[in-house]
Ligand binder design. Structure first.
Ligand code: HEM
Length: 405
């Protein structure tokens, strides 16, 4: 039976099963801005064409992240006030002042310094599973590198990294019963992470170092130091943004190689072809878009994909849908590690909020997948993988593999 617009459902139960590419095909063709009800919160316009997702990302004047936050949910005024302390949920010019504070930690010099360590860290992760027959790829491999790197950046000691792993799972996995242990657990995780951040802040005030938290503690915006809440929210954003996304992208990358032994064999045979591994990494990114969507609120009456949108209405942009738009990509449903000019929107459409960690994430994905394929070219699936139930993060919870086939 063919799909109709009445069947469209982009909420968490759908994503628990699969990325709904069939729904996106229909939407891009027939309703590029489609009204989607939400059972608990305000409904929204789902936007799926490449050009529209890109244009909305670039127009923060018409499409605000600050008015109603980037998540699919509505917030009580108090919670919204806190959420607006994260970069993603600020509009320029305020956004530009805060982004400048953290961007010092993401200059090419800082990233190159981290990239030098990434190879060593990836080698240690591979050495840690050497001699085993089976591993749980997500937790034992994919999660490790992003976790170690973000902890180094924000100054969390390596032995505490599993705390960060656990907090970000509980904060992002609130729709998935494997991560959420009780109704209040998300709030408890937030309280724990704030307390941890407060201790780091106190330490950096006494003992400044060359890390992002020291820069934030010393920073001033309009003559004022950042408040405790602002520091907490920066810390949470960096922990989650630098961790969940890259982990899932590494897991999706291995998943597509397991499904496409021909591509695995090609990449393994050309393991030292740096150009091929760079284009393959962009294709991993196009394929495995780690965030499903971000929401905007229209500030004025406008038009998207021929559809009139009223001021105050919610607009949700779907990155995976844009990445498979046949008007933009030739043969979009084929994974092609040699694809050229691959301007996917996995890190956003290039506007004010474009991902700060894009080059870091690129480097991590390339090194981790490459070193894994170099060492275990005959890796095979060891049972089905499990997806996360989330309408926000494109998560893989479990990916059991046999290292030597
Ligand atoms: C594969 C991994 C990643 C993906 C798919 C990803 C994706 C995204 C997306 C879609 C946005 C919003 C873009 C927009 O609205 O135009 C974003 C923003 C952001 N990302 Fe990433 N990200 C990744 C890794 C990272 C890493 C490793 C870090 C930090 C270490 C990071 C830090 C941030 C920050 C701070 C923002 C907010 C920027 C702002 O609002 O100005 N991300 N990311």
């Amino acid at each position: 039976m063919s799909l109709s617009l009445n069947d469209i459902d982009l909420l968490e139960d759908t994503w628990a099963k699969e990325v709904p590419y069939d729904q996106f095909d229909l939407l891009r063709r027939e309703a590029p801005a489609h009204w989607h009800e939400h059972p608990e919160f305000t409904g929204f316009w789902a936007v799926t064409r490449y050009d529209d997702v890109r244009a909305i990302s670039r127009d923060h004047t018409t499409f605000s992240t600050e008015l109603g936050s980037t998540f699919l949910v509505d917030h009580e005024p108090e919670a919204l006030e806190l959420i607006r302390m994260t970069l993603l949920n600020m509009d320029p010019p305020k956004h530009s002042r805060y982004r400048r504070l953290v961007s010092a930690g993401f200059t090419p010099r800082m990233i190159n310094r981290l990239v030098d360590h990434i190879g060593e860290k990836a080698a240690a992760i591979i050495a840690g599973i050497e001699g085993r027959d089976e591993v749980e790829f997500v937790e034992e491999v994919a999660a490790e590198l992003p976790l170690q790197v973000i902890c180094e950046m924000i100054g969390v000691p390596n032995e505490d990294r599993h705390l960060v792993f656990d907090w970000s799972n509980r904060l992002v996995g609130f729709q998935d019963e494997d991560f959420r242990t009780s109704e209040e657990d998300g709030q408890i995780a937030a309280a724990e992470i704030y307390a941890y951040c407060d201790a780091i802040v106190a330490d950096r005030l006494e003992n400044p170092r060359d890390d992002i938290m020291t820069a934030l503690v010393q920073a001033e915006v309009d003559g004022d130091r950042l408040s405790k809440e602002e520091l907490n929210m920066f810390f949470v954003l960096l922990c989650v943004a630098g961790n969940e996304t890259t982990r899932n992208l590494i897991a999706h990358s291995l998943q597509v190689l397991l499904e496409r032994p021909d591509v695995m064999a090609d990449l393994a045979a050309n393991i030292d072809d740096d150009e091929l591994w760079s284009s393959a990494t962009e294709e991993f990114l196009r394929w495995g878009a780690a965030i499903h969507n971000f929401r905007r609120t229209a500030t004025v009456d406008t038009v998207v994909g021929g559809q009139e949108i009223k001021a105050g209405e919610k607009v949700v942009i779907y990155y995976a849908a844009a990445n498979r738009d046949p008007e933009h990509f030739a043969d979009p449903d084929t994974f092609d590690p040699r694809r050229q000019g691959n301007d996917h929107l996995t890190f956003g459409g290039g506007g004010a909020h474009f991902c700060l960690g894009a080059n870091l994430a690129r480097a991590e994905i390339k090194v981790m997948v490459r070193e894994f394929v170099r060492r275990f070219p005959n890796v095979a699936a060891d049972g089905p993988h499990k997806r996360m139930r989330s309408d926000f993060v494109n998560g893989i919870k479990h990916l059991p593999v046999k290292l030597n086939g």
